[in-house]
Ligand binder design. Structure first.
Ligand code: 1HE
Length: 269
């Protein structure tokens, strides 16, 4: 773990199911319920939501990971049997509020995945903007086998990553994808060895945090919405977003720096 990361103070220090540390503009949020494989019970979802609507002012990028052997075992099944139909709808809407706060929040989120990324754990991972997967990662949607349906935005976000056909297969047959299959199908963008995920996630988040905040905001807010629009509407919204971004002082400074030979060139990867 990078020595520069320090526990946060204030409101975010008081969330017992999460472990939260900051290093300058990068916030690292760990699901910290390893005895239950980071299964998402109501308090954990509420605490996650609290983080994303109360980010420290200096935060520019966030790394999300899970403590223990697994990223997240999904919905806490112990809570499920007690719920009425109406409570089930409200519960799902609560997850939507939390995961929307992640996807459409103020800063880009890099999820570092290992072990089980299943059910609601995959829905959570899908609400992040970039996913890094270690060798041990495996993905499943056992909702079909549990007699339920996705309720944390999975039916909206997962097909946008892997297509409806693969999600249908995973839900109907219980098919589990390993880390390489997940990478090939688009569930992760980066594949690393076991134990290397956090360093990669922090490296990416640090790079992202160096972008102009309004550029990152445009990527997070405009890109997914434009993808859902007609081409004509999308092009119009793109023009507006481009005009707003280029008018920002950060953009002007960065363009001047390049023209003055003070900014990095684009290099081969
Ligand atoms: C849990 C949960 C959970 C573990 N809810 N308690 N999700 C699932 O169907 C996945 C269910 N879990 C598993 O398949 C396995 O636990 C794992 C593959 C994730 C991990 O296996 P393993 O061998 O490392 O751990 P374990 O021994 O199975 O579990 C350790 C403890 O965590 C044990 O509790 P203990 O008190 O006996 O020690 C488990 O009961 C507990 N545990 N997973 C509650 N999910 C809004 S809709 C979303 C719908 C869904 O997410 S459906 C998918 C639910």
């Amino acid at each position: 773990m990078n020595a520069a990361f320090r526990p946060v103070t204030g409101l975010l220090a008081d969330l017992p199911l999460l472990r939260i540390e900051a290093s300058g503009p990068v916030l690292h949020v760990r699901l910290a319920r390893p005895a239950k494989r980071n299964a998402l019970n109501d308090p954990l979802v509420a605490q996650l939501h609290t983080v994303f609507v109360n980010l420290p002012r200096q935060t520019r990028a966030l790394v999300l990971s899970g403590e223990g052997e697994h990223f997240c075992a999904g919905l806490d099944l112990a809570e499920l049997s007690e719920r009425s139909v109406f409570e089930g709808a409200l519960h799902s809407r609560g997850w939507h509020a939390c995961f929307d706060a992640i996807q459409f929040g103020a800063v880009p989120v890099v999820a570092v995945l290992h072990g089980a990324v299943v059910g609601g754990g995959l829905e959570l991972a899908a609400s992040a903007h970039i996913r890094v997967a270690e060798d041990s990662t495996f993905y499943g949607l056992p909702e079909g086998q549990r007699g339920i349906f996705v309720g944390g935005g999975g039916s909206v976000r997962v097909p946008r990553l892997v297509g409806v056909a693969l999600m249908t297969d995973m839900m109907l047959t219980g098919r589990v994808l390993d880390a390489d299959e997940g990478q090939a199908e688009g569930l992760s963008r980066y594949r690393v060895a076991d134990g290397a995920g956090l360093a990669k996630g922090i490296e990416l988040a640090t790079r992202i945090a160096g972008n102009a905040p309004l550029s990152n905001f445009a990527v997070l807010q405009a890109l997914p919405r434009i993808a859902d629009m007609s081409a004509s509407d999308g092009l119009f919204v793109e023009s507006l977003m481009a005009a707003i971004a280029q008018g920002d002082e950060a953009a002007k400074q960065r363009m001047r720096a390049f023209l003055d030979g003070k900014a990095a060139k684009v290099k081969r990867g």
